[in-house]
Ligand binder design. Sequence first.
Ligand SMILES: NC(=O)c1ccc[n+]([C@@H]2O[C@H](COP(=O)([O-])OP(=O)(O)OC[C@H]3O[C@@H](n4cnc5c(N)ncnc54)[C@H](O)[C@@H]3O)[C@@H](O)[C@H]2O)c1
Length: 251
Amino acid sequence: MRLMGKRVIVTGGSTGIGAAVARRFLAEGAKVAVWCRNPSHANNIAVELPDLALVAAVDVADAEGVDRAFAQSLERLGGLDVLICNAGISIRHSFVDIPREDFDRVMRVNVHGVFYVSQLAARHMLKQEQGGAILMTASTSAVTAYRYYADYNASKGALVAMMRSMAIELAPKIRVNAVNPGYTMTPMQEAEYSAEMLDQVNGIIPMKRHARPEEIAALYVYLASDEAGYASGAVFTLDGAESVASGAAYL
Ligand SMILES: NC(=O)c1ccc[n+]([C@@H]2O[C@H](COP(=O)([O-])OP(=O)(O)OC[C@H]3O[C@@H](n4cnc5c(N)ncnc54)[C@H](O)[C@@H]3O)[C@@H](O)[C@H]2O)c1
């Protein structure tokens, strides 16, 4: 019960990493509101986790939708202590083939979406005595040159840069951190793999496997807890040593 009574929003909380965070945070005693894009996924997570305070189907790239979902979340949670900006998308293209509308969409979800929600959260948390924590799911893509994801890589690099500015502007009341997962077995990844590709990718990771979403969620428990009171402005990488393995980025 390391998060007893913490009031938490998790964006992109219906599947993958975000759903693992929602499950674990509930188990740790938090009050959790989940946001996600897809109404049928929203329904699934609401059925699986009836203790959620709210499940909102909202597009984080839609500023007005974000305003509404944020107000509703504050009302249901009775305030906000922790925001986890986890919603994100990736679309695989070689650089020369990226359609402009796909580039725009990736930026709007992965960067604008985080900005919209975290600005509202920061304004709210600055007014409360105990402050709060804002956490973001970036990616090893922020620092490693993966092929076929130039737009996604740029979006995650932008998140890390934004996190750093937020951390110094919002201290000491609000702690702001980014988590850089490496390859994690979630619907986002599974959608892109043949069995052969999966073996190939596992082969270049020193740990010889993908992360499990629960392993990323465990780091979020620490970062959201009072034990992490001095953690701010940092990037926490969880990638099975992939990004320190020479040559891994080129396969
Ligand atoms: N899986 C990986 O290998 C990996 C690695 C590094 C970083 N990440 C990041 O982790 C985060 C979670 O990804 P995942 O792997 O769990 O994938 P996922 O596809 O299972 O989850 C993505 C979540 O984001 C939500 N979402 C997508 N677009 C949205 C929008 N416009 N508005 C609101 N919600 C939206 C979806 O509803 C879903 O809940 C993403 O930010 C992703 O970039 C994933």
